[in-house]
Structure formats: structure tokens, C-alpha cells
Design a protein around this ligand. Structure first.
Ligand SMILES: Cc1cc2nc3c(=O)[nH]c(=O)nc-3n(C[C@H](O)[C@H](O)[C@H](O)COP(=O)(O)O)c2cc1C
Ligand SMILES: Nc1ncnc2c1ncn2[C@@H]1O[C@H](COP(=O)(O)OP(=O)(O)O)[C@@H](O)[C@H]1O
Length: 313
């Protein structure tokens, strides 16, 4: 898959099919849209392209703080590649882009730059200044500029619409099982192992702390049953998210005791897949009480993961 950030890198003579959207999470609704894109591209020999923005649109529109992503840019690249997309175009959303009218956006980017022959969008796709453009307008512009528009309906689970905002809501409530169902895979966070407070080993439970990316949405504080991927090996994990109130720490930490693992992980990347939240964070009266509880957590997590996942040998 080609990843492109500059217009000059694009061969505008090549005919393309283009999926448009934010695609945060690349959930099962997005996946259906991408499958549709690939199905439409093949018979016509079109290059399949995902057009999305490298930055979040809302802070540019409303001068707000950056918004946290379900899936960061690197993970999004990997997922699109895995789905079989030919080209990922990461455009920049700035004030100039924001003020393009729907027709100017279509003419300038979809037609002139991308030579789009088929546009694939979700039923609720909006585009152009103040989100004035909708699917009906895109269809009209398609007739004028010579491309087809293919619209993908909402995917639902138990009559609830699968959407990035619902997934964020579930993650913030700690309901990772629901988020996972909507994502069609386990919600995961990948980052580098950093030094913590050097207390874990002394307590008998070393924990790999990962760097907390401020743009990465973190699930609700608490303890989770997780699966940890280290260099393509999977381990069970007891992951704690919180401020370690027992030790009056203030910074949020994401740290994991990796079951049946020994070794030095500092500066390595690990992948944490969240399977189930098992409890809230607790302020313990003493480190011994914390250790007793961690013992219980690990028993609980082992039993749960063995009977609820089929990834472990
Ligand atoms: C499974 C598990 C559950 C934990 N639960 C709590 C908790 O409820 N309250 C708390 O203050 N700290 C909790 N911790 C965090 C420990 O306080 C932390 O791992 C310890 O202080 C070591 O931190 P360090 O890696 O920065 O050295 C938990 C850690 C693990 C691995
Ligand atoms: N089973 C394990 N789970 C997690 N980390 C482990 C494990 N075994 C060894 N380690 C190593 O120990 C480190 C954690 O030790 P700890 O005393 O908690 O220090 P820190 O406070 O720096 O995290 C991890 O970053 C990792 O390099």
C-alpha cells in the first residue's frame, strides 16, 4: 500500500475508486465500506484509495483541543494495508481545506488530483465548508464530473448503530467487550515500554509501563484482562490503568504484569489488547493488601482468558 501525504506524489492519470471518511477505529462499518471499495475497484481495474485526513478536523473547525483517537495513525495504516487497500492518501485539514465549498472539494481533490471514477461513502457522509455537502449532493456532482457514487448503509448490532462515537463511549465506560464487538477485533494500544516508579519488582509483580500518548484514547481506569503481543508472541496480561492511588501518584499509568514472562522490555514496543475490565482501581491500606488483590486478579484473568479466547495455546 502506498501512503501519500503530498498532491505532487499522485499520478492523476491513473483512474481510482476513492473511499472518503475519518475512519477512526476502522470498525465493522468502516470495514464493510472498504470491502465495498475493493469489490467495486477490481472489475474496473481502478486503483483503490482511502482519502482521509492526517489530523483531526474538529480542532481546526472549532479551535478546540485535539481529540483522542481510538486508533492512532500507525495502527490505521496497518489495518488499511491488511484490508488490501492500494493507496492511503493522508491529506492535511487546514483552514483553507475547511473553507472549500463541497463543489470545490470535489473538483479540486476528487476529480483533478485523484481522477476518481467511483466514490464510496457511508450513508451519513458530509463534506465541504460547514459540512454543507451530503450524499445527495455528491451524487449530483458525480453526474456533473463523471464519477459514480456508491453509498454504504449503517451496520448495526442489536439495533445499535456501529459508530466511532459509540465505541469511544464504551471505552470510556470500561465496556471493552462492546467496543471489541463494534471494532470487529480487540481494542488495542501499542507503545514503547518506559521506566515507571521502580516499585513493581519489589512488590513481586514487575509491570511494563507504556508511554501514554495524549492523542490515544485510553479506556476507563481499572484492571483489565489483556493479551500482550511481544515480537509476535502472545502472553496473558493483567493491565492496570490509573493513577496508583495507593502510592499517591498523580500521573495516569498504563502498566501490565505479563503472566509467565521474564525479561527486559525497556524501550521495546508491546501491543496490549483489551479483553475485559475486571475491577475498579482501589486505594489499598498497605502494599500487602495490594499484592493479595493482584494475586486474585491474576487467577481471575487466567481463568477468564482461557475460557473466553482461542488465541492462547
Ligand atoms: C493487576 C494490577 C492491579 C493493580 N491495581 C491497583 C489498584 O487497585 N490500586 C493501586 O493503587 N495500584 C494498583 N496497581 C498498580 C501498582 O500500584 C503498581 O503496579 C506498582 O505501584 C508498581 O508501579 P511501577 O511499575 O511504576 O513501579 C495494580 C497493578 C497491577 C499489575
Ligand atoms: N512478567 C513481567 N511483566 C512485566 N514486566 C516484566 C516482567 N518481567 C520482567 N519485566 C521487566 O520489568 C520491568 C518492570 O519492573 P518494575 O519494577 O515494575 O519497574 P518500572 O517501575 O520501571 O516499571 C518491565 O518494564 C520489564 O522490562
Amino acid at each position: 500500500m502506498k501512503v501519500i501525504e503530498e498532491y505532487q506524489q499522485i499520478d492523476s492519470n491513473r483512474e481510482r475508486s476513492v473511499a472518503l471518511g475519518n475512519f477512526d477505529g476502522i470498525h465493522i462499518g468502516h470495514q464493510k465500506l472498504i470491502e465495498h471499495l475493493l469489490d467495486k475497484s477490481e472489475p474496473e481495474k481502478l486503483e483503490s484509495c482511502v482519502y482521509t485526513f492526517i489530523n483531526h478536523t474538529i480542532p481546526v473547525i472549532a479551535d478546540q483541543q485535539p481529540i483522542q483517537y481510538i486508533t492512532n495513525l500507525n495502527s490505521r495504516k496497518e489495518i488499511f494495508q491488511g484490508l488490501g487497500v492500494d493507496m492511503l492518501f493522508l491529506d492535511s485539514f487546514d483552514k483553507e481545506m475547511m473553507t472549500l465549498t463541497p463543489e470545490a472539494f470535489v473538483e479540486k481533490i476528487l476529480v483533478k488530483v485523484l481522477n476518481c471514477k467511483i466514490a464510496v461513502v457511508g450513508f451519513d457522509y458530509r463534506f465541504g465548508y460547514k459540512a454543507q455537502g451530503d450524499v445527495e449532493l455528491l451524487k449530483k456532482l458525480g453526474e456533473k464530473y463523471g464519477f459514480q457514487v456508491s453509498v454504504v448503509d449503517a451496520v448495526t448490532i442489536n439495533e445499535e448503530k456501529v459508530s466511532s462515537s459509540n465505541i469511544k463511549k464504551y471505552l470510556k465506560n470500561g465496556d471493552v467487550e462492546k467496543a471489541n464487538a463494534f471494532l470487529g477485533r480487540f481494542f488495542s494500544i501499542r507503545n514503547k515500554v518506559i521506566h515507571g516508579d521502580a516499585r513493581g519488582k519489589k512488590l513481586g509483580y514487575p509491570t511494563a509501563n507504556i508511554d501514554v500518548d495524549p492523542l490515544q484514547l485510553t479506556p476507563k481506569e481499572g484492571v483489565y484482562a489483556t493479551l500482550i503481543n511481544i515480537n509476535n508472541n502472545t502472553y496473558m496480561g493483567a493491565t492496570f490503568i490509573g493513577t496508583k492511588p495507593t502510592f499517591k501518584s498523580e500521573k495516569i499509568a498504563i502498566e501490565t504484569f505479563i503472566i509467565d514472562y521474564e525479561g527486559d522490555l525497556y524501550h521495546q514496543f508491546i501491543d496490549i489488547s483489551f479483553i475485559k475490565r475486571i475491577r475498579e482501581e482501589i486505594i489499598f491500606k498497605s502494599p500487602n493488601e495490594l499484592i493479595k488483590q493482584i494475586n486474585e486478579d491474576i487467577k481471575h484473568i487466567k481463568t477468564y482468558l482461557h475460557s473466553n479466547t482461542n488465541v492462547l495455546k
